[in-house]
Design a protein around this ligand. Sequence first.
Ligand code: DX5
Ligand code: ZN
Length: 234
Amino acid sequence: MPRAIISPSVLASDFGQLSAECTRMIKGGAEWLHMDVMDGHFVPNITMGKSHPSCTLRPRLTAPGAPILACVSKGVPGIFMDCHMMVAEPEKWVNDIADAGGALYCFHLEATTDPLSVIKLIRARNMKVGVAISPDTPSTAITDEVANAADMLLVMTVYPGRGGQKFLERCVSKVADLRARFPDKDIEVDGGVGPNTIDACAHAGSNVIVAGTAIFNAPNPEDVIATLKATVNT
Ligand code: DX5
Ligand code: ZN
């Protein structure tokens, strides 16, 4: 199984200190930062909306979240932004997220009828490709062709749309299915993951761990990051 990668979800961070929060996580041992982009269509909420008033960088960017990601990219040199695109029409935002410094573009299978075309667009902009499934989508919806064209598969363990929800245990079997089919692929879990739920995720075979409230609300985030990492790597 690939090694552990911890990707704290900045949705749970202090947005007024976004760059500092990301830097704090990297210093605490996180490899990636998970950027949740919501458009108000694919999911009801909007995050990292497109007209952030205090952001003066790259004003031409129009993707949901892109101006904010561009600010973070500039403020935290070398950051790996794991962009979770909870958006309709994911093909529309590939260029803006790439311009903003996104390193991985993860779109939802439910949001497109032509995942291979979306993957081609992402590859053309030299970003890594992630394909996400929501709780009601079976793992079999990810065909071998799509999985083999992707770098990472994301199994949502809550319904996409907001942080701080309860972990859905029933999604874990999908991780195990995918790990059996794709032994070398990065498999990410997202939603309600923390020290209390990591055992099931790691045992099923996920290696990319997203955690928002469990990390940012902890008195010592670096301890939580270390625990999550050690559980996956043992
Ligand atoms: C939910 C988001 C998650 C969320 C995770 O729609 O995709 O990334 O921020 O937050 P926690 O870890 O608090 O469930
Ligand atoms: Zn997410």
